[in-house]
Design a protein around this ligand. Structure first.
Ligand code: ARG
Length: 249
């Protein structure tokens, strides 16, 4: 009886907006794809961690908002944003012209770029990007790496839901190279899992990461840009960079 009353009371409050809208205003729902260390990954307790998570939490803190991180597939992030299931995306997402047609981006917050991983045993075979032509190349679905893989070896790009799956496929011999963001490749190379894997010296492109918001959501963009500026000014941004990359930016 008591339980039922509680439910009805809650429903009534929801209907009048007594707590739902108050909550919604103070919480920023942020989508990410947490298999992308060191930017976003799940720790032992299935809690999202990483550079991006620290950055967005610091922005929230600086601006007086609570941040709720929602994990989803990378190629589902922009659709989730466009249907307002989330308010923002932080996912090591590169600001591209193509994406900027569908979403708005914050000021750039991280300078990145792509590189290619190959097996060490093939280092004499693949010395140039050109030599990868016609070879199967792996990447994460929907990423700039996947687009580049298609460009380097037309018709031979293979996409995986997560980056770790692409790395595993390289080791298993299912592809000859992985095209991916360089800082994530370097992080992988510093782990034991990458034995026998090396990076090709030719770096591909320079890219900037941005935090995406719904097209026209100037309020959210302003909150994020202002938060970014605040944490750059108060030293928090540099502190987070040092924590994850061991060096000053
Ligand atoms: N920077 C690349 C892109 O924007 C890859 C991002 C992948 N991010 C992730 N969380 N899996 O396409």
């Amino acid at each position: 009886m008591f339980k039922k009353f509680g439910l009805i009371a809650a429903a009534a409050m929801l209907a009048t907006g007594a707590f739902s809208s108050a909550n919604a205003a103070d919480v920023i729902r942020v989508g990410t794809e947490a298999t992308y260390a060191p930017f976003e990954f799940m720790d032992e307790n299935a809690k999202p961690q990483g550079y991006d998570i620290d950055i967005i939490n610091a922005i929230g803190e600086a601006m007086g908002y609570e941040v709720e991180v929602v994990n989803m597939p990378f190629d589902g992030l922009i659709p989730a944003l466009m249907t307002s299931q989330i308010d923002a995306v932080i996912a090591a997402m590169t600001i591209t012209e193509e994406r900027a047609k569908r979403v708005d981006f914050s000021e750039p917050y991280y300078k990145s770029g792509l590189s290619v991983l190959i097996l060490e045993q093939n280092k004499d075979k693949y010395k140039t990007l050109e030599s990868l032509k016609g070879q199967p190349l792996c990447a994460q679905i929907g990423t700039t790496g996947a687009m580049k893989a298609e460009e380097l070896s037309p018709g031979n790009a293979k996409s995986f839901n997560t980056e770790p799956e692409a790395f595993m496929e390289l080791k298993a011999g299912g592809c000859q190279g992985v095209v991916n963001d360089r800082p994530v490749n370097l992080y992988y190379l510093s782990s034991n899992a990458s034995e026998g894997v090396i990076e090709m010296s030719e770096m591909i492109t320079a890219e900037d990461y941005g935090i995406a918001v719904n097209k026209g959501n100037t309020e959210m963009k302003q909150i994020i840009d202002e938060g970014l500026k605040k944490i750059r000014d108060n030293g928090k941004f540099a502190e987070i960079h040092k924590k994850w990359f061991k060096v000053a930016q």
